[in-house]
Structures are given as structure tokens and as C-alpha cells.
Design a protein around this ligand. Sequence first.
Ligand SMILES: Nc1ncnc2c1ncn2[C@@H]1O[C@H](/C=C/CNC(=O)c2cc([N+](=O)[O-])cc(O)c2O)[C@@H](O)[C@H]1O
Ligand SMILES: [Mg+2]
Length: 214
Amino acid sequence: TSSTRPQRLLRAVQRKATKGDPQSVISAIDYFCRNSEWAMNVGDEKGPILDSVVCEVSPATALELGTYCGYSSVRIARLLPVGTKLITLEFHPDYACIARQVIQHAGLEDKIFLVEGASGDLIPKMADMFGISTFDFVFLDHWKDRYLPDLKLLEECQLLRKGSVLLADNVICPGTPDYLEYVRNSPRYESRYFQSHLEYTKVEDGLEKSVFLG
Ligand SMILES: Nc1ncnc2c1ncn2[C@@H]1O[C@H](/C=C/CNC(=O)c2cc([N+](=O)[O-])cc(O)c2O)[C@@H](O)[C@H]1O
Ligand SMILES: [Mg+2]
């Protein structure tokens, strides 16, 4: 029977990456996407920008919207201080299943809570589910038309505090025009664009970093 691309990506990790070594999992996925099949991971050019923002924020509480195969979950969680956790939301059960195995191969299952479900349903439950009050860092990488509604939901649920950092992938390609317009024009955000390229290609893309001003 035919396999799916996420299954083939996982197989490449299991074959090439060293168990318990997050960097080798990241390298195995990037190698697979450059040499076998493109996949929508933040990738090896935007990834270091993500890394630098995570290190700068050094979040005690971090949220990711859209796990997919777990590539950015591994990138983020490998940098988190001991005792801190990444909560990542994924509504496609098959992708969640692959991501759990990628995360396990990286040895990061104790630093990552993967919750299956839609962000719109789960965000209002985050405080109760995880006993947190606000997120220090949010990485948005799910369906592009959900970035703005979910940002507004985070605001409404008071899950952002003065200084919370939002980092959004693909603000140019595929593009998130309504989200960009909001964070760049709202007096409640200080926004900055990090120009880069769409993963594994020469097409322009970039990350938008927005700090919530309270
Ligand atoms: N509301 C929600 N709650 C939970 N999980 C959700 C969700 N909406 C989507 N997801 C999940 O997030 C991933 C979608 C990513 C969309 N990215 C993309 O469409 C994408 C496309 C390109 N591209 O076309 O070049 C490049 C990229 O870097 C991209 O991230 C999938 O795993 C999907 O199941
Ligand atoms: Mg993306």
C-alpha cells in the first residue's frame, strides 16, 4: 500500500537520525526535504531565525499552532530551559501520530505536550488544561487564514501578557495579509519582519515577530 509523505519523512528520520539527538532529527528532515520530497517545515533557513527568537525570549511557556510532522516542535523544544514546556496543537490525527514519533526520536517527549484538536477549540482551554496564565512565546504555522482569528482569541482569553512574543511563519508565501495588516497597524503590537526564503526554495518568504504591548 502506498505511504504518505509524512510517513516517508518519519522513515527518513528513523533511518538517518541518532535517537535522542534533536539536531540529527532536524538535519535528517532538512536533507529529506532538499533531496527527496519538499515538505512544509519551517526549514533550515528560517529555522535559525526561529531559534534566535526562542533563545532571546527563553520562554517559560510556549505555544505552537500547527505541529504537522513536529519539525519546528523539535527546533523550539531543544532550546527550552529545563522545566519549561512547549504546547503544540495539531488537528489532523495522522500528522499528530507522525509528529509524536519524530518528537520521541529526538528524545523531547518530556518537553513537548502535543494536543490533538483545532486551535479555535483548544486555545480557550489552555489555561485550565495546563495551569498556565499567559504564553511568553507563540509560533504560528497552521492554516494561514487562522492566524488572525487565533491571535484575537489569544487576546480575548487573556493568554498574552506585556512582552509576549508572537512569531508567524509564511507571512509572504503563502501569505497572511490580514494578520500582517493587524499586527503592523495595531497600537498593541510592535512588529518586525525577518526576510528570508520559503523553505528549501529561492522564493521570498519571512517571519513576522510581534511583541504584545499589553
Ligand atoms: N486550526 C488548526 N488547529 C490545529 N492544527 C491545525 C489548524 N489548522 C491547520 N492545522 C495543522 O497545521 C498544519 C498546517 C499548516 C499549513 N501550512 C501551510 O499551508 C504552509 C504552506 C507552505 N507552502 O505552500 O509553501 C509553506 C509553509 O511553511 C506552510 O506552513 C497541518 O498539520 C494542519 O493539520
Ligand atoms: Mg510554515
